[in-house]
Design a protein around this ligand. Structure first.
Ligand SMILES: Cc1cc2nc3c(=O)[nH]c(=O)nc-3n(C[C@H](O)[C@H](O)[C@H](O)COP(=O)(O)OP(=O)(O)OC[C@H]3O[C@@H](n4cnc5c(N)ncnc54)[C@H](O)[C@@H]3O)c2cc1C
Ligand SMILES: NC(=O)c1ccc[n+]([C@@H]2O[C@H](COP(=O)([O-])OP(=O)(O)OC[C@H]3O[C@@H](n4cnc5c(N)ncnc54)[C@H](OP(=O)(O)O)[C@@H]3O)[C@@H](O)[C@H]2O)c1
Length: 533
């Protein structure tokens, strides 16, 4: 009898990837198993991989084929390491925040393809990636004109839509109609329901879409910057005043490298060396993360840059996107958002999230805001209204699910609806409590499962509830349920995915790796969709 030798396991990891030979062999075995390329490998369990490579989401690995770093929870250094040796557009993509959030006007892959094709010159559009991404893209961009640049493997990005209201480059005007706070007094959070009137904009949206909007900076911050500059507020810059430009033209958040470069030209000695170091991403005084534009000016006090040169050294103010929390079928001509106000203290100054605090406090009903619809990619209700849906959305993650529930109500969709909502405290943070309870009472919301993290001594999160409900969750999945996750990308989304894999393993009587494969299949078939940030 002849024995056919087993083929060698192909290598899925670049030589430079940061693993020991043993880890490398295991991981290659695991990936080979996931791809179904070899027989007889003994792959790692999901838990083992999670321990070894905390940033790697198994199901994502399979779906993203060759881009195991396409994971928003993985730090940029690890992503760049894993992408080492790949063609330039792939490394450019790895430098991005991997959220495919669309804030830059593309998904990560198309943004990198556009930079590579030189149809996009702006290297600072990735809002969640911030300075780290911009810096890395700048470095990679320098490779473009070298002979070592990888051959073009990506298609050039598609032409941008020209219809007004559907891209960041072509916003339309909406009016703030009303807002109310969703937490009760005493909450540690400040989250608001924001309603915008779309009348006159001809803007149409679907549930699952997000709304992009252009904020205005805090006028107090703009004035403080003007004072630190020692420049007249009405200094003319390109037909506008300095104050106007600081209000809505430029970002006053993290001080960009260019500003430190400018400062280095205006200072000498030790201060110049520090500014140069900061401009190249170093942190000479251990305070780089705290330096917004104002703090940078205060750190190098007394510099008097020309206001025009100063403005040129800043980044443009970027739009922010928010999951839409209404259905157009229930709210004709209106769109609603669910916005958590970002505020935090550094060095005794309250820093304000520019867009969230604009929406919850610096614009009044009746005032205008520039908006556009960011079409959802793979985040939509099942086409078949009979399908069951399971929605997992703690905190502001509930936003698109309110829209889904409204839509299914308006359509009289017969499919069952199950919502997992969670937040800190039941008495204070139960967003849309009356609506959800009414839907539960009417039967439209088949199940409502709540997880309160700070009601008792023990933290209860949505994934704890999922594990408790494992048997029923599994039954819903086997009935063809579509499952959705929205909210925090860094921790919650990964923990929820892990819990789902555990539920499938336990109640579907599968090995952990088969359970991971089951969840990967759900993703592949658009039955597991995420909208995380
Ligand atoms: C697809 C998508 C959907 C989204 N949907 C929603 C939604 O429904 N509701 C919602 O509220 N948000 C949502 N967001 C997030 C939203 O887009 C903004 O990122 C968020 O509102 C913050 O923007 P900002 O302009 O207020 O804050 P920014 O001015 O951008 O400031 C935020 C930055 O401040 C820093 N920061 C924040 N907290 C701290 C802290 N405690 N200490 C130190 N630094 C800190 C971080 O660097 C953070 O990135 C969504 C994002 C995406 C991509
Ligand atoms: N880019 C930005 O600046 C920005 C702006 C707004 C929101 N966000 C982020 O977006 C996310 C949503 O914020 P949010 O205000 O909607 O609420 P959130 O901070 O996500 O909190 C919602 C609930 O989730 C719980 N939670 C914490 N860690 C969890 C985990 N690993 N798994 C499951 N649940 C977990 C929280 O509990 P505990 O709080 O008790 O731990 C809380 O009960 C957060 O990550 C937030 O930081 C970012």
């Amino acid at each position: 009898m002849s024995i056919t030798p087993r083929p060698p396991i192909p290598s899925f990891l670049p030589e430079s990837a940061p693993f020991s030979p043993e880890q490398r062999a295991w991981l290659n075995g695991l990936f080979a198993g996931l791809y179904g390329l070899t027989e007889g490998v003994t792959p790692l369990t999901a838990q083992e991989v999670a321990q070894l490579v905390p940033g790697v989401a198994l199901a994502t690995v399979e779906i993203d084929d060759g881009a195991p770093w396409h994971d928003p929870a993985m730090p940029i250094a690890d992503r760049m390491k894993l992408a080492e040796g790949k063609p330039l557009p792939r490394r450019m993509m790895a430098a991005m925040a991997q959220q495919d959030c669309g804030q830059c006007g593309y998904n990560c892959k198309d943004y990198s393809a556009a930079i590579f094709a030189k149809t996009e010159e702006r290297l600072n559009l990735c809002v969640p990636g911030g300075k780290e991404t911009a810096r890395m893209l700048k470095e990679l961009f320098r490779e473009l004109d070298t002979p070592a640049a990888a051959p073009a493997v990506e298609k050039a990005a598609p032409a941008k839509p020209t219809k007004p209201g559907y891209s960041r480059d072509n916003p339309v005007v909406a009016t703030l109609a009303q807002r109310h706070r969703l937490n009760k007094d005493g909450s540690r959070k400040e989250t608001w329901h924001i309603e915008l009137d779309l009348e006159g904009s001809e803007l149409a949206y679907e549930v699952g879409d997000s709304l992009g909007l252009y904020p205005v900076n805090d006028p107090g911050l703009a004035d403080a910057v003007i004072a630190a500059l020692g420049a007249p507020p009405d200094f003319p810059i390109g037909g506008r005043t300095l104050r106007e430009t600081l209000s809505d033209g430029v970002s006053l958040s993290p001080a960009p490298d260019m500003l430190f470069q400018l400062i280095s030209y205006l200072t000498g000695g030790d201060r110049r060396q520090k500014a140069k170091a900061l401009a190249s991403g170093q942190d000479p005084d251990g305070d780089a993360a705290t330096l917004d534009v104002l703090e940078a000016l205060q750190k190098f006090d007394g510099i008097r840059p020309d206001p025009e040169a100063f403005i040129e050294a800043l980044d443009p103010l970027q739009p922010r996107v928010y999951s839409i929390s209404s259905s157009p079928k229930m709210n004709a001509g209106r769109v609603s958002l669910t916005v958590d106000a970002v505020r935090y203290e550094i060095n005794e100054r309250t820093r304000l999230g520019v867009a969230s605090t604009f929406l919850v406090g610096r614009i009044e009903p009746g005032q205008k805001v520039r908006v556009y619809v960011q079409k959802a990619q793979h985040f939509a209700l099942p086409a078949d209204p009979n399908k069951p849906i399971i929605m997992i959305g703690p905190g502001t993650g509930v936003a698109p699910f309110r829209a889904f529930l409204q839509e299914r109500l308006a359509m009289q969709a017969p499919g069952p609806n199950w919502l997992y909502f969670g937040h800190q405290r039941s008495d204070y943070d139960f967003f849309y409590e009356d609506e959800l309870k009414a839907m539960r009472k009417s039967g439209h919301l088949t199940r409502l499962t709540l997880a309160w993290s700070r009601d008792g001594d023990e933290k209860i999160y949505v994934q704890n509830r999922m594990r408790d409900d494992g048997r029923d969750l599994w039954a819903w999945l086997e009935r063809g349920a579509h499952i959705y996750v929205c909210g925090d990308a860094l921790r919650m989304a990964k923990d929820v995915e892990r819990a789902l894999i555990d539920v499938v393993a336990e109640h579907g009587k599968r090995s952990p790796e088969d359970a991971a494969r089951y969840v990967a299949e759900l993703k592949k078939n658009d039955r597991y969709q995420v909208d995380v940030y």
